[in-house]
Design a protein around this ligand. Structure first.
Ligand code: PMP
Length: 435
């Protein structure tokens, strides 16, 4: 059975059902440029999933293609394990120039690879090696990857060495108060766990946090709360690991999301956009933490020269064209338009985000309990909205604790006109799904 339907059918038989969004997006992409993906059936879609936030410049951006072609034509080796190369030197220099505060002058880098979860593993291992401690502080709703250590650090898993702390999720505040007050209570909870000798929580090897939870439902942490976490960890000599796998490279309106609060982490976990659409993952950290002996952290696929070239071109393009600023202003405008939509649709419970990382949480207002600030989540409605978006040529992803948050992660190169088209299609899809 040739063609589009055959490809879909064969892959759904041969591939594990563990595939996530692919099950609800029956598309066979064959061409792509910028925001647009074209399927084998000739249909075109606006791609607001962007490789789960990987494609800062959209699909096949000319500067990325040019950088990759230049390497291919140069005769340079594509795979060199850990050896030093001009491409690695260029990538590291470009990356270091973007790092916040003291890290820019005092960072070490460990290439990991090829995925975000590999860099998370490296970060956890690094802080455990450097401190000689085992335990870890992580947050409800967190997502750090699918390998063992990263999974333990993600919300929902249950390793005994991971102490789970409340993330400041104002809309569904675990303390029932929301806003700054909820964040404050979470911070005090954290302090009391660390300081009360009877809490049973030993001094941990590190704290791992996202400045904006992505998979967890697009939840930006307040800047004050991030500063508080920085103080709590610094005062107790606990390394702070910030996972910028999804928030990095301009997406939230700053080059790194930690810049909003002005904090400097001890360790940053980076992947996705840093490879300019090719697989690349690194940890960068304060040089004093570099406790690894030679050979302590090895791996075959971490010298990907094409990814480094694509990544260097992407980082430079974002910096030179001030795309972080652009993501900030365009994202704020999209957010306020979506908030306007919320007032006309009671099923839109919350609209939130930072820069071009936007989430719309769908709820069932009729099932709201009296006095409850947030009605129950509406995952079936969210799935229906995703399907109606697809029918209108718009790709969006779902996330959140209950898979009821529609997530928009468009490329940072999104034009005003494209943003308008995305919002129009989304509004139509919402109206259709509600019916
Ligand atoms: N950390 C965060 C914050 C992520 O969003 C992701 C992926 N969505 C990961 C880690 C894991 O990255 P990967 O899927 O490349 O392993």
């Amino acid at each position: 059975e040739p063609g589009y339907e055959g490809i879909l059918r064969r892959q759904s038989q041969r591939e594990s059902a563990a595939r996530t969004y692919a099950r609800s997006l029956p598309i066979v992409p064959v061409r792509a440029r910028g925001l647009t993906i074209e399927g084998a059936d000739g249909r075109r879609y606006l791609d607001c999933l962007s490789g789960a936030g990987t494609l800062a410049l959209g699909h096949n951006h000319p500067v990325v293609l040019e950088a990759v072609k230049k390497v291919l034509d140069s005769g340079a080796p594509l795979h060199v394990l850990d050896l030093a190369t001009p491409l690695k030197d260029a990538f590291t220099s470009e990356l270091f120039a973007t790092l916040p505060g003291e890290l820019a002058d005092n960072a070490r880098i460990q290439f990991c690879g090829p995925a975000g979860t590999d860099a998370v593993e490296a970060a956890l291992k690094l802080v455990r090696t450097a401190t000689g401690r085992r335990g870890l502080l992580a947050f409800t709703g967190a997502y750090h990857g699918m390998t063992a250590g990263a999974l333990d650090a993600s919300g929902g898993a249950g390793d005994v060495r991971v102490t789970r702390l409340p993330y400041p999720y104002a809309y569904r505040c675990p303390f029932g108060v929301g806003g700054d007050r909820g964040a404050e209570l979470g911070a005090r909870w954290t302090e009391s766990l660390l300081d009360d000798p009877k809490s049973g929580v030993a001094l941990p090897a590190g704290m791992i946090v996202e400045a904006v939870q992505g998979e967890g439902g697009v939840i930006p942490a307040p800047d004050d709360w991030m500063r508080r976490m920085r103080r709590i960890t610094a005062d107790r000599s606990v390394p702070l690991v910030v996972d910028e796998v999804q928030t990095g490279v301009g997406r939230t309106g700053a080059f790194w999301a930690v810049e909003h609060s002005g904090i400097v982490p001890d360790v940053m976990v980076l992947s996705k956009a840093i490879g300019g659409s090719l697989p690349l993952a690194v940890v960068v950290y304060r040089a004093e933490l570099d406790a690894w002996e030679p050979g302590a952290h090895a791996g075959t696929f971490r010298g990907n020269q094409l990814a480094m070239a694509a990544g260097t071109a992407t980082l430079a393009y974002v910096r030179e064209n001030r795309l972080a600023e652009r993501a900030g202003t365009l994202g704020a405008r999209m957010l306020s338009q979506l908030q306007g939509l919320a007032s006309a649709h009671p099923c839109v419970g919350d609209v939130r985000g930072r820069g071009l990382m936007i989430g719309v949480e769908l709820v069932d207002p009729e099932a709201a309990a009296p006095g409850d600030p947030a009605p129950p989540a509406a995952p079936a409605l969210a799935l229906a909205v995703q399907q109606e978006c697809l029918a209108r040529g718009l790709i969006v992803e779902l996330g959140g604790r209950h898979s009821a948050v529609v997530r928009l992660l468009p490329p940072l190169t999104l034009t005003d006109e494209q943003a308008g088209a995305v919002l129009d299609r989304f509004a139509d899809a919402l109206a259709a799904a509600e019916r």
